[in-house]
Design a protein around this ligand. Structure first.
Ligand code: MTE
Length: 316
């Protein structure tokens, strides 16, 4: 994601990442081979329940993905959350400063019923589902995450968007006391993202409030974040406080940071390289080696029709 390397990423931190995954893989393999009886206690996935508040949800068949999930520990300690830090390991350590209650979301713009909704009412109104999604970051790594949430479309319909609502814009909270890295200017705050209205209304587009059966850890975007599984991870904006229906294409934070590198659509596409690297392959966190990146991150059947006739080299 980086335009330039920020001062707080040191080369030792980058090394530490490689060593961390090698060590983890070694532990898993040792365990599989029956070596080292004492190792199980150190592996967070060896027991159910991760310490967060448990959620009640159903698991529809349509969203059960029959592939190995990324370990809870990796999902919750290897994060991108620039409001805390540009380092991936820091959000898990620093995110305790975020207060997720009370929390409300302002919905405005081209709709008949704008308003402010409280997170508790949002949770009461929508039945939660578990959905296992592939998640592909533009930087070249990926995960498989069991999210808990509901379709964004269900929430948006409640505000009755008008025919002028062609796009939806999202914003993260701005509060440098809770998000210490907002005291600096690594990005133009608030973090903003946008979707075309039909992308927002696609049933795959998820408002997530949990993962691994529990309330979202702060570092993963509590109390409510977007998950758009066929797009690069940066479209999945965290800790949302504002949703606005608009007529013209909004500019996202990353477009403002570098429009040459980050387009509005940002669909996962192995055929379209980032200006500085290929997007053909990816490293699934927790695995050795690399795997091929799938068109639309494996969701072509559900979303390819949204882009029919569009030049995806141009609209990247
Ligand atoms: N949302 C906000 N507000 N701030 C961020 O820095 N990072 C994005 C996205 N949403 C980001 C954000 C990027 S680059 C990615 S890859 C995903 O969040 C990471 O989500 P995760 O930490 O839950 O894996």
């Amino acid at each position: 994601m980086l335009i330039k390397r920020p001062p707080d990423i040191s080369s030792s931190e980058i090394t530490e990442e490689g060593v961390y995954h090698q060590r983890r893989k070694f532990l898993q393999q040792s365990l599989a081979l029956g070596l080292g009886a004492g190792i199980a206690a150190h592996l967070p996935d060896a027991h159910a329940g991760y310490g967060g508040e448990a959620l009640t949800f159903t698991t529809p068949d349509a969203y059960r993905l029959n592939v190995e999930k990324t370990a809870y520990k990796d999902v919750t300690t290897y994060n991108n959350f620039y409001e805390f830090s540009t380092s991936k390991y820091a959000p898990a350590r620093k995110a305790h400063t975020l207060r997720t209650r009370p929390w409300s979301i302002r919905v405005e713009g081209e709709c008949a019923k704008p308003g402010v909704v409280d997170i508790e009412d949002v949770l009461k109104r929508h039945a939660l589902e578990e959905r296992i999604y592939r998640f592909r970051c533009v930087e070249g790594w990926s995960m498989v995450i069991p999210w808990v949430g509901f379709s964004l479309s269900e929430m948006l319909k409640q505000f009755e968007p008008t025919s002028r609502a062609k796009y939806v814009m999202f914003e993260t909270l701005v509060d440098p006391e809770q998000f210490p890295n907002q005291k600096g200017r690594v990005l133009d705050w608030p973090y903003q993202e946008g979707l075309r209205i039909d992308e927002a209304m696609n049933p795959l587009t998820l408002m997530a409030v949990g993962l691994y059966g529990e309330v979202l850890p702060n570092q993963n975007g509590a109390p409510i974040r977007l998950v758009v599984p066929w797009k690069y991870g940066f479209k999945s904006i965290k800790s949302i406080v504002k949703i606005k229906f608009v007529e013209t294409m909004p500019k996202s934070t990353w477009m403002k940071a570098s429009s040459r590198e980050y387009g509005f659509y940002s669909n996962v596409n192995p055929e379209v390289s980032h200006p500085r690297w290929s997007q053909r392959r990816e490293r699934r966190i927790g695995e050795w080696g690399k795997r091929d990146t799938l068109m639309f991150n494996g969701y072509a059947e559900q979303v390819a029709h949204l882009y029919k006739g569009m030049d995806l080299q141009k609209y990247f």
